[in-house]
Design a protein around this ligand. Structure first.
Ligand SMILES: NC(=O)C1=CN([C@@H]2O[C@H](COP(=O)(O)OP(=O)(O)OC[C@H]3O[C@@H](n4cnc5c(N)ncnc54)[C@H](O)[C@@H]3O)[C@@H](O)[C@H]2O)C=CC1
Ligand SMILES: O=CCc1c[nH]c2ccccc12
Length: 298
């Protein structure tokens, strides 16, 4: 069962899993994006700041795909202080396309305190037709509330960090987005495998993977799917990409999701404690140094 497209609040449908081009070096980017398209990805996620749009565009051209058969998301990242319109025009040119499916504000800080004014510029872009849908990324609940207070067009998505070690603190945002019909797009969902191996999430993920005869990364992406999120992931390895697409067939039970959430919350708590301990230790060290300096000067 392949992934089902997800309906957005502007009536358009987004493919439920996308291939991201962040950190892909220019010299291998066209090859890796081409490979993703060849295995069946029909949704690419890029950004002004990834600085590989020409190569993504090259892969698109070489794929021979008709424009309507691929979804392209890119983001205004505020590079060189260019505004959304100029950046969008440059992205269109670099990607070699006539329109962008989804254009995002990459981060609220780019709005420099004027979320409402920046969103107006995004609305203008949608009205121009060069951008079909508009959304945001890394917005908090408060950022979204500020935006929605004066928006005439709602963001269709908020692309956010979504993995088990942040689920406890992110759930209120997800609930708010759901109430506003803003779809979550989850990135860095594989963090338990890529940068926090050995944490409490490993056990439930491994147990579920064994039971379902799938890979741990597939369980994590299925968990993101269970949160009704569009998955944004990546890999240079063909077999991993194929495995990602097979996640369309994986359905976790409520208990599976809860086991992963609970383990993630434990890890989040531990991370919070570790950070507070580190800050505390810094203060103790600074106080010790100050005491020593005062003592030696006396
Ligand atoms: N809007 C934003 O601020 C951000 C957006 N993104 C988007 O999301 C995309 C994906 O982001 P990532 O953080 O790379 O996502 P990710 O968490 O999906 O990680 C992908 C990486 O995990 C590796 N991986 C897969 N299975 C593994 C395993 N079993 N063990 C160890 N490693 C494994 C892959 O090879 C790949 O390098 C980006 O390319 C970008 O398009 C990413 C970060 C921020
Ligand atoms: O999208 C990935 C992370 C990233 C890299 N550069 C920027 C700039 C602004 C927001 C996010 C990011």
């Amino acid at each position: 069962m392949p992934f089902k497209d997800i309906l957005l609040n502007d009536g358009r449908k987004i493919p439920a899993i996308g291939f991201g081009s962040w950190k892909i070096p220019k010299d291998v980017c066209a090859g890796q994006v081409g490979q993703a398209i060849d295995v069946g990805f029909d949704h690419l996620d890029t950004a002004q700041v990834y600085r590989n749009d020409e190569e993504v565009g090259q892969a698109l051209k070489e794929s021979g795909l008709s424009r309507k058969d691929i979804w392209i998301t890119t983001k205004w990242s505020g590079v060189d202080d260019k505004d959304p319109k100029t950046s969008c025009e440059e992205s269109l040119k670099k990607l070699g396309i006539e329109y962008i499916d989804l254009y995002l504000i990459h981060h609220p800080r780019l709005c420099k305190g004027d979320i409402e004014g920046t969103w107006k510029k995004m609305e203008e872009l949608k009205k121009s037709g060069f951008v079909k849908s508009i959304g945001v990324s890394n917005f908090t609940k408060e950022d979204l509330q500020e935006l929605l207070s004066s928006a005439s067009i709602k963001p269709v998505v908020n692309q956010i960090l979504l993995h088990p070690y942040v689920i406890k603190s992110t759930t209120p945002l997800l609930q708010y987005m759901s109430s506003q019909h803003i779809v979550p797009e989850g990135y860095s969902t594989l963090i338990p495998l890529t940068s926090k191996p050995g944490g409490p999430v490993d056990k439930p993920v491994e147990k579920i993977a064994k039971r379902l005869n799938v890979k741990p990364e597939q369980v994590l992406l299925a968990w993101s799917k269970a949160k009704d999120a569009v998955i944004v992931t990546t890999s240079s390895r063909k077999e991993r990409l194929e495995g990602y697409l097979d996640v369309g067939d994986i359905v976790l039970t409520k208990d599976d999701v809860k086991a992963i959430d609970d383990a993630g919350a434990k890890g989040e708590l531990w991370e919070g404690r570790k950070q507070r301990l580190a800050v505390g230790a810094k203060y103790v060290a600074a106080a010790g140094l100050l005491g020593y300096l005062l003592y030696t000067r006396l």
